[in-house]
Design a protein around this ligand. Structure first.
Ligand SMILES: O=c1ccn([C@@H]2O[C@H](COP(=O)(O)OP(=O)(O)O[C@H]3O[C@H](CO)[C@@H](O)[C@H](O)[C@H]3O)[C@@H](O)[C@H]2O)c(=O)[nH]1
Length: 460
């Protein structure tokens, strides 16, 4: 078999495969850029639906794309489509990936040296194995969350989940509400659980101690990174993309939100964004969130992204802006945008607090910017991240729901005042956030520990 060989070593060429969602595409792109920086070539593969939404993908020398159809090039339309999505993504994705690898291997000079696959794409490791290519999981959530899934799906540890607090090796004691939502009794997405189990099975069935690239850094989760003996977790984060080298699946707002932020006092603005899956929130928490934020009387910048439910969106925007005579005051003191450059917003000196759902990218971005948070987790890994934010890293406060998990406006306001207010807890969170900012930036910079880990991964 002919190979691309330099000085006796095969030139690294990775095929990176990701799930086509906003929170998945960019950390993998950032990884691609860092690997290219260290001399690798990358073929980046995800679905045509993602390409259609992002328009022109970022281009860099050494980076090429291999798009494939998951059968839903315009995105899943009906509830039925959504139910079938994960199995279709796996079926069509496996076939497509086989074709991509086969045509590379059939070329006069085949070049792939390995496959890197991300969360929700466990089948990529099966395809890689069929072609005798090494594969590595890129875990784009906290190491702590991977530990939890590992123990949950592992027969010899599963009993640890039977009593509260849940005590897992080297992790802080957890309540059921701190677990990823898929492991909670209220889980409404059984297909996610099937895919996560496949991830753990793929790791368990591979070589003795599989390497996992984790989007975290060693100071942030020192114990979690070594909790599971079977896994060699390699921290390579934070993988946070700058505005000019990322792909957005949503159209940025025309409003000049940076100019608006420029007009506000230092650390005075509440930034509200609940990631790229905010739709379900309107039903449950819209009023609480709105009354809490408005109740503080502080200026706010709020992302209400485009949605299939445009009618609900406009009700929500009306509610934020106010439909009474106070509406004018609210409008001049607030800005609602459809989508923004979140990293640019978080880096702005006027932002004093981030109301976040605790998606892992948003959390890393707030750590890297030193902005304290009000944690308002919705599903998936977000519940565990909220626990870490509040109890382990001390950079924010988590809103508490009632017995049914419902959050009230007073609670939201209490949390906002705690983070934004002067003295006591607020000062401590700001100090902690400033400390984490330094550590996060140092970890990811050229020659920093995460960067050296990535270089080590390539050279091994
Ligand atoms: O106006 C906006 C709003 C968001 N973002 C970006 O969108 C990304 C959102 O990612 P994340 O915070 O991780 O949230 P989700 O999109 O909800 O991510 C999904 O994927 C993540 C990685 O698996 C999980 O941690 C989350 O729980 C899951 O919901 C971040 O990079 C933000 O900077 C923008 O650029 N502009």
């Amino acid at each position: 078999m002919a190979n691309s060989v330099k000085n006796g070593c095969r030139h690294p060429h990775y095929l990176i495969v990701t799930f086509p969602a906003q929170g998945h595409i960019n950390p993998a792109l950032k990884l691609a850029n860092r690997l290219i920086h260290h001399g690798a070539t990358i073929t980046y593969s995800t679905t045509i639906s993602a390409l259609r939404r992002m328009g022109e993908p970022p281009s860099t020398q050494g980076l090429s794309y291999a798009w494939f159809s998951d059968g839903f090039d315009e995105g899943p339309k009906s509830l039925e489509d959504q139910k079938n999505y994960m199995s279709e993504f796996k079926r069509r994705g496996s076939d497509a990936l086989s074709d991509i690898i086969r045509s590379n291997l059939d070329a006069t000079e085949p070049t792939f040296t390995g496959v890197i696959y991300s969360v929700l794409v466990p089948w990529a490791s099966t395809v890689a194995r069929e072609f005798h290519l090494p594969s590595t999981l890129l875990w784009i959530e906290p190491a702590t969350v991977l530990d939890i899934y590992y123990y949950y799906f592992n027969a010899s540890h599963n009993h640890l989940f039977e009593q509260e607090p849940i005590e897992l090796p080297k992790l802080p004691p957890l309540s059921t509400g701190d677990l990823p939502s898929f492991l909670q009794p209220s889980n409404v997405l059984p297909s996610a659980l099937v895919t996560l189990r496949e991830h753990i099975e793929a790791l368990d069935s591979s070589e003795s101690n599989p390497r996992v690239l984790v989007n975290t850094f060693s100071e942030l989760e020192p114990e979690a990174l070594t909790s599971v003996e079977k896994l060699r977790m390699i921290p390579v984060g934070p993988l946070v993309s700058s505005s000019d080298n990322k792909a957005d699946l949503f159209r940025s707002s025309d409003e000049d939100y940076i100019k608006w932020l420029d007009s506000k006092a230092e650390k005075s603005v509440i930034y509200v964004s609940l990631g790229s899956h905010g739709d379900g929130l309107w039903e449950k928490h819209m009023e609480a969130l709105t009354s809490g934020v408005l109740g503080t009387g502080r200026p706010f910048l709020w992302v209400v992204k485009e949605t299939k439910h445009e009618e609900k969106k406009s009700c929500f925007v009306d509610l934020i802006r106010g439909d009474d005579d106070k509406g004018f005051i609210r409008t001049i003191n607030s800005l609602v945008v459809g989508w923004c450059s979140q990293t640019a917003v978080l880096a702005h000196p006027s932002v004093g607090c981030f109301v976040t759902h605790c998606g892992w990218n948003s959390t890393l971005e707030s750590l890297e910017s030193g902005v304290p948070v009000v944690a308002f987790p919705q599903f998936a890994d977000q519940c565990t991240t909220a626990k870490l934010v509040e109890d382990v890293w001390g950079i924010g406060v988590r809103v508490k729901g009632d017995e049914e998990g419902l959050v009230g406006g007073d609670e939201m306001r209490r949390c906002l005042e705690k983070v934004m207010g002067g003295g006591g807890d607020g000062d401590e969170m700001r100090r902690n956030a400033a400390r984490w900012k330094t550590l996060a930036v140092d970890a990811a910079k050229e020659g920093g520990p995460s960067d050296l880990n990535l270089k080590g991964f390539m050279e091994e």
